[in-house]
Design a protein around this ligand. Structure first.
Ligand code: ADP
Length: 534
């Protein structure tokens, strides 16, 4: 028996802040304000101000493990919260500002949030649920310069008044750093609590996938909200390598984003498909007016991105990497990655693979479980429920009784996603379990069909849902949004699909609609469509 000579050093997010301040003091954090002006901070500012925030919170009576909620867009102060709250031993709880006010209030109470950091522009939203909550202190980030009213504290004054000395609150690596609730399109939202250890391992694992990771030379724009699954871990990844960060604030419309990408020469941006589909339409419609910075990379996740969109972006000189994950998986669990045996594939195959959900991240174990409970082989065809396990995959929910439907006895998370995995370990998400269409005993993948429909030049967006059918059990119905000034008939779309799908799989019904309803995290809200067309 030989023991290692290595000490047990607890993993700590505080290390990232120290590193950012010491190694990369000149790296920039650029934030777009509500009035579209831009403010610039350095990592030296981030270091100083995040520690200030930590000192101020301790001065205000924060105790270890207390929850500090944020209701903020992406900007410097939110980034300071990412580091300053854990530095003081607090747990940052990002509230999703796109949820219904009652729901935000319910979540804040369930998490027992003690303090709140809120953007001044979001105060009207806060007022709609504040009475139902127990925030002891409300700290307002003055983005517009309007005076802070009543008993609320001004974030800048709060930092200024903080004691000068600050010492990180000691912690264990399993102590909580942050928490985030799933959006709960079915049932009540459930809280996932991340630890120092899980956050650090996730940061390292995301950064290890060379094709998408942020490098010191990058200018990174997290379009994905910091209130949604830690902005996919990008704030931590950037701090670790010293990347320049560009925060879009509340301006997420495609023209605003394109302008920002070009003005700040963004090299890597991350966001959900909705954002990219909007940008692609703009680029296609008016290439003389709009363009992407040359060679920009984009990571896309949260929902499937049609292969046609990956091809579309390639024409505009941008490369796309799709990742898959959930709030429960910190959130990135797989991403487009290089495989030695695939280095020589042609451009077409490269694009096809880029649109898949990638290969599991280091430290993530993945398996497919078929309907009969047996493990499915990785042949790219066989479908099964995707189950994952690892040090940054949650093993339960905050203050929620154990849920055997979500976790297996051997500790895997049942993701509720149906997928196939091929011999190269590339995951293809076919559906959410509840969105699969079963017709005459055979499965039809709505995601595949949507991807194919969105490859038609007249189609902007498409969602395919199951409709009950007395003969077949279920039949697919395609809801289609056309591009501006485009026209196409249901019959033409059926023909377009017939090139890739068997006759029996083709939708019987097409509905042309103005927009596809979205969840708070920008995904197609199929339950709403089913209600509408039933
Ligand atoms: P919520 O469940 O609250 O909508 P999450 O961000 O946790 O929010 O959503 C996770 C789900 O998003 C996954 O279970 C999966 O269904 C979907 N998803 C994420 N990435 C992809 C992807 N690349 N392709 C298809 N679906 C995806």
């Amino acid at each position: 028996m030989i023991r290692s000579t290595m000490p047990h050093v607890p993993l700590s997010v505080n290390h990232l802040l120290e590193r950012a301040g010491r190694l990369y003091p000149q790296s920039e954090v650029i934030s777009r304000m509500p009035d579209k002006s831009v403010v610039r901070h350095s990592y030296a500012d981030l270091y100083r101000r995040a520690r200030r925030l930590g000192a101020a919170l301790l001065g205000a009576g924060l105790k270890k493990g207390d929850r500090v909620a944020t209701l903020c867009w992406n900007h410097y102060a939110h980034l300071e919260c990412y580091f300053g709250i854990p530095a003081a031993g607090g747990v940052m709880h990002t509230l999703n500002l796109r949820l219904a006010p009652d729901e935000i209030g319910w979540i804040a109470n369930h998490a027992r949030d003690r303090f709140l950091v809120v953007d001044d522009v979001l105060l009207p939203l806060l007022e709609r649920f504040r009475a139902a909550t127990n925030f002891e202190r409300v700290i307002v980030v003055p983005l517009t310069g309007a005076p802070v009213k009543g008993a609320d504290l001004n974030y800048e004054a709060f930092l200024d008044a903080a004691p000068k000395d600050f010492v990180y609150v000691a912690h264990d690596e399993d102590d909580a750093v942050s928490m985030c609730y799933t959006s709960g399109t079915t049932g009540r939202p459930k809280g996932v609590v991340y630890s120092h250890r899980s956050t650090m391992l996730h940061t390292l694992a995301v950064s290890a996938t060379a094709s998408c990771s942020a490098q010191a030379s990058d200018t990174v724009c997290p379009v994905v909200p910091m209130f949604h699954a830690n902005a996919w871990g990008m704030p931590y990844c950037c701090a670790m390598v010293g990347a320049r960060v560009v925060m879009p604030g509340p301006h997420l419309a495609p023209p605003d984003l394109l302008e920002l990408f070009n003005a700040e020469r963004v090299t890597l941006a991350c966001g959900v498909p909705t954002i990219w589909l909007g940008i692609l339409q703009l680029l296609d419609n008016a290439p003389q007016l709009h363009r992407l910075p040359a060679g920009m990379r984009m990571t896309v996740g949260g929902a499937a991105l049609p292969e046609a969109a990956v091809r579309g972006f390639a024409k505009h000189g941008a490369s796309v990497m799709v990742g898959w994950g959930m709030t429960e998986t910190s959130p990135v669990a797989s991403i487009s990655g290089n495989k030695p045996e695939l280095l020589a594939i042609d451009a077409d195959e490269r694009i096809r693979r880029a649109a898949m959900a990638g290969i599991p991240l280091p430290l993530v174990e993945a398996r497919l479980i078929g309907e009969d409970g047996s493990e499915q082989s990785w042949d790219g065809v066989r479908l099964g429920e995707l189950q994952v396990r690892g040090p940054f995959v949650t093993g339960g929910y905050h203050d929620t009784p154990g849920d055997p439907d979500k976790f297996t006895v051997d500790g895997f998370l049942r993701t509720g996603d149906v997928a196939a995995i091929d011999q190269h370990a590339f995951i293809r998400i076919a559906d959410r379990t509840k969105d699969l269409i079963k017709s005459g005993g055979e499965w039809i993948s709505s995601v595949d069909m949507e991807g194919c429909l969105m490859g038609h030049p007249a189609v902007l967006e498409a969602a395919v849902i199951a409709m009950p059918d007395p003969k077949w059990g279920e039949r697919p119905l395609a809801c289609v949004v056309l591009k501006t000034a485009a026209s196409v008939t249901a019959e033409q779309l059926r023909e377009h699909l017939a090139a890739s799908f068997a006759r029996w799989q083709l939708p019987d019904r097409f509905e042309f609609i103005e927009a596809i309803p979205r969840t708070s995290t920008g995904k197609f809200w199929k339950a709403k469509l089913r209600e509408r067309f039933l």
